[in-house]
Design a protein around this ligand. Structure first.
Ligand code: COA
Ligand code: AMP
Length: 630
C-alpha cells in the first residue's frame, strides 16, 4: 500500500486503523475500543486497557528472544567512553532501580523529576518510573535552577533523580548545586533525591535526603511491571508557551505506545533489530520519543550520544557514530547540520567514513532551510527528510512517510499529513482557506493517539491555548499553507515562541526576566534570524528615569539574569538599550515589525502605529549588533 492508500484507510475508519495498530502492543487487558469521546473536545485513546510501558519497551523483548541484543549504545566523545547495554541487562538494571524507588515509597501516579545528561541512566530512570506507574518529568540540563524550581512546584514530585554533573565541551555543568538551589527555591519539597555520582564530579550529598544511585539499590527487591490504565499519564514534559510559566504536556500511556510503535516502521523505516539514532537530548520530546521509548518499544537498538555535532572532536563525529554502530536511520536538527556544514562545507569528513548502512536522514525541530537539505543530500547521497512536529504531539504530524513510500521531496516542505492528522489552514475567523493561501495551521479534532490529552493540572489553559480559538480544531501555533499536492509549508509561529538551535523558547518568559531588572522600565524580546541557530533572542530595554547604572552594565546584567533565571540554553546574548519601544496607539509593542527591521525584510508601516520615528531609532540600535544592515 502506498501513502494515499494508508491515509485513506485511516480516513475511512480511524477506529479500525488504530485498533489494528494496537495489535503490536502487549496488553495486560486489551482495549475494547480506540477512541473515547464522551468528554469531547477532550479525547482519550484506549482508556479501558491495562498495559505497562516498560514491559513493552524492555521485558517483552527479553521474553521474545532479544535479550542479548543491544538495547542501548552509549557513545560519549566528551568522556571518551563507549558502552553497550543488552535488553536483558537493561531489564535487570531498570527493575532494580524501580524496586528501590518503590521501597522508598514511590507508587503509581507519584511524580519523579529526572535531571540528567545524555547517559544511559537517564533512560533507565525513565523506564524505572514507567515500570511502577510513576509519572516522570525530565528537565533539560541547560535550564537553570529557577526553571527546575518552577517544574518542581507544578509537578510536585516525590523524588528527584539527578546526576552529579553534565559535561559541555567547554565546562562541567554542576547539576547537584542546581538541584539543591531549585529545591530551596521551590515551595514543594521532594521526599528524597537519588544522585548518580559521575567520575568527573562527585557531588556532596545531604544526609537523610540524598541517596547515592548505587547504594540506593543495594539489596532491594527488583520491581515487576505494574499494569496501568490506558489513560494513565506516562509522563509530563514542560514546554515553552507565551508566558514564563511552562506548559506541562501530559502523555497518556496506551496511545503513546501504539502511536510510537507505528511510527518506527511507517515513518522511520526500521525493523526490529536495526540501529536507530536520534541525536537530540532526553530533555526534549525528540529524546523522550526517539532516544528512549519508540526504538525500545519497537525492539531496535538506540544510541545515547553525549557530544555535539562539531568540536567533539570534529565535524566528522556524526559520520563516525553512524559507521561504527551501523545506524540505519538517523534523526537530527537542521541547526546541527548547519554547524557541520560550516566546518566542513565540502564534506571532507563525510568521505572518511563508510555510510552504506544509512538509509535516510530525518530533520525536525525547526524549519529545514533548502541550502542545508541540499548540502546534506549532496554529501550523503541519501534521502533527507524534513518532518514537522511539536512537543504536544509527541511524534510527527507531517512527514514524508519513507517506511510506507518515499514521496517526492519538495524543498521547504515537511511533506504530507500522516494518518491521524487532518491539517487545515484557517483564517482569523476559523474559515478554511484555499490551497496556496497563508493562514493558521490547525488540526481537526480528535488528535490521534499519543498526542496530548490535556496540560498537567491546567485543563483550562489547555482549552485556552489549543482548543478555543478554532472550535473543533487544535491550534498548532504555527502559520503556513498547503499546496495543490497537499504538501504543507510551515512559515512562522503565530505566538511569542522562538526556536533557537532547535530549542523552543518563550520570548515572553525572557521579557518577564528582563522586566525584573531594577533598572529596566520596559522591554521587548524578539527572535532574529541567525545563520547557525535559526533564531536568536534579542532584547530591547528602556531604562528607568534617573538610573545611574551605565547602559553597558545594564546590558551585562540583563544577559546574566536570563542565563541565571532561564539557563544557558536561552542563548540570550544580544541586548540593547533604547529610549522607546514602537507601539500601536493602543499600546501594543510592534514586535513583528522589529523582527522585520532586524532581518532587513520588507514591512508595511502599520496604520495604527503611534510614532513611526521610533522605528528609525530601533534600526540604529540594531546596526552595532550586526542587524538591520540591508
Ligand atoms: N546542559 C547544560 N548546558 C547546555 C546543555 C545541557 N544539556 N545544552 C546546551 N547547553 C548550553 C551550551 O553549553 C551553551 O552554553 P554557553 O552559552 O556557555 O556556550 C548554551 O547552552 C547554548 O547551547 P546551544 O544552543 O546548544 O549552542 P552551542 O553553541 O553549544 O551549540 C549547536 C550549537 C548547533 C552545535 C547545538 O545547538 C546543537 O547541536 N543543536 C542541536 C539541537 C538539537 O538536537 N535539538 C533537539 C531538537 S530535535
Ligand atoms: P517543539 O515543541 O520544541 O518540538 O517545537 C515545535 C515547533 O517547532 C513547531 O510548532 C514549529 O514551529 C517548529 N518546528 C518543528 N519542526 C519543524 C519543521 N520540520 N519545519 C518547521 N518548523 C518546525
Amino acid at each position: 500500500m502506498g501513502y494515499r492508500d494508508v491515509y485513506e484507510n485511516w480516513q475511512a475508519d480511524p477506529e479500525a486503523f488504530w485498533m489494528k495498530a494496537a495489535e503490536a502492543i502487549d496488553w495486560d487487558k486489551a482495549p475494547t475500543k480506540a477512541l473515547f469521546d464522551e468528554n469531547a473536545p477532550l479525547y482519550e485513546w484506549f482508556s479501558d486497557a491495562k498495559v505497562n510501558t516498560c514491559y513493552n519497551a524492555v521485558d517483552r523483548h527479553v521474553e521474545n528472544g532479544r535479550g542479548e541484543q543491544t538495547a542501548i549504545i552509549y557513545d560519549s566523545p566528551i568522556t571518551h567512553t563507549k558502552r553497550e547495554i543488552s535488553y536483558v541487562e537493561l531489564r535487570n538494571r531498570v527493575a532494580s532501580l524501580a524496586g528501590a524507588l518503590r521501597a522508598k515509597g514511590v507508587e503509581k501516579g507519584d511524580r519523579v523529576i529526572i535531571y540528567m545528561p545524555m547517559i544511559p541512566e537517564a533512560l533507565e530512570a525513565m523506564l524505572a518510573c514507567a515500570r511502577i506507574g510513576a509519572v516522570h518529568s525530565v528537565v533539560f540540563g541547560g535550564f537553570a535552577a529557577n526553571e527546575l524550581a518552577v517544574r518542581i512546584d507544578d509537578a510536585t514530585p516525590k523524588a528527584i533523580i539527578a546526576a552529579s554533573c553534565g559535561l559541555e565541551p567547554n565546562r562541567v555543568v554542576h547539576y547537584k548545586p542546581l538541584v539543591d538551589g531549585a529545591i530551596e527555591l521551590a515551595e514543594h519539597k521532594p521526599d528524597f533525591c537519588v544522585i548518580l555520582q559521575r567520575e568527573q564530579e562527585v557531588a556532596e550529598l545531604i544526609e537523610g535526603r540524598d541517596f547515592n544511585w548505587h547504594g540506593f539499590q543495594y539489596g532491594v527487591e527488583p520491581a515487576e511491571c505494574v499494569p496501568v490504565e490506558g489513560n494513565h499519564p506516562a509522563y509530563i514534559l514542560y514546554t515553552s508557551g507565551t508566558t514564563g510559566a511552562p506548559k506541562g504536556v501530559v502523555r497518556h500511556t496506551a496511545g503513546h505506545l501504539v502511536a510510537l510503535n507505528w511510527t518506527m516502521k511507517n515513518i522511520y523505516n526500521v525493523d526490529p533489530g536495526d540501529v536507530f539514532w536520534a541525536a537530540s537530548d532526553v530533555g526534549w520530546v525528540v529524546g523522550h520519543s526517539y532516544i528512549c521509548y519508540a526504538p525500545l518499544i519497537h525492539g531496535n537498538t538506540t544510541i545515547v550520544f553525549e557530544g555535539k555535532p562539531v568540536g567533539t572532536p570534529d565535524a566528522g563525529t556524526f559520520w563516525r557514530v553512524i559507521e561504527e554502530h551501523n545506524v540505519k536511520s538517523f534523526f537530527t536538527a537542521p541547526t546541527a547540520f548547519r554547524a557541520v556544514k560550516r566546518e566542513d562545507p565540502t564534506g571532507e569528513f563525510v568521505k572518511k567514513y563508510d555510510l552504506s548502512c544509512l538509509d535516510q536522514v530525518f530533520l525536525a525541530g525547526e524549519r529545514a532551510d533548502p541550502d542545508t537539505i541540499i548540502w546534506a543530500q549532496d554529501q550523503l547521497g541519501k534521502p533527507v527528510i524534513d518532518h514537522w512536529w511539536q512537543t504536544e504531539l509527541g511524534y510527527p504530524g507531517v512527514c514524508n512517510p519513507v517506511g510506507i513510500e518515499l514521496l517526492d521531496v519538495k524543498l521547504g516542505s515537511p511533506s504530507v499529513p500522516l494518518p491521524g492528522y487532518e491539517m487545515k489552514i484557517l483564517d482569523d475567523d476559523g474559515n478554511e482557506l484555499p490551497k496556496g493561501e497563508l493562514g493558521a495551521i490547525a488540526i481537526k479534532l480528535p488528535l490521534p493517539p499519543g498526542t496530548l490529552p490535556t496540560l498537567w493540572n491546567a485543563e483550562d489553559r489547555y482549552r485556552k491555548s489549543y482548543l478555543n480559538t478554532f472550535p473543533g480544531y487544535y491550534e498548532t501555533g504555527d502559520a503556513g499553507m498547503i499546496d495543490e499536492d497537499g504538501y504543507l509549508y510551515i512559515m512562522a509561529r503565530t505566538d511569542d515562541v522562538i526556536n533557537v538551535a532547535g530549542h523552543r523558547l518563550s520570548t515572553g518568559g525572557m521579557e518577564e526576566v528582563l522586566a525584573a531588572h531594577p533598572d529596566v522600565a520596559e522591554c521587548a524580546v524578539i527572535g532574529v534570524t541567525d545563520q547557525l541557530k535559526g533564531q536568536l533572542p534579542m532584547g530591547f530595554v528602556c531604562l528607568n528615569k534617573g538610573t545611574t547604572t551605565s547602559e553597558e552594565d545594564v546590558i551585562k546584567g540583563c544577559v546574566k539574569l536570563v542565563r541565571e533565571k532561564i539557563g544557558p540554553v536561552a542563548a540570550f546574548k544580544l541586548c540593547t538599550v533604547v529610549d522607546r519601544l514602537p507601539k500601536t496607539r493602543s499600546g501594543k509593542i510592534l514586535r513583528g515589525i522589529m523582527v522585520k527591521i532586524a532581518d532587513s525584510a520588507e514591512y508595511k508601516m502599520p496604520a495604527t502605529i503611534d510614532d513611526p520615528v521610533i522605528l528609525d531609532e530601533i534600526k540604529e540600535a540594531l546596526k552595532p549588533m550586526g542587524y538591520a544592515k540591508g
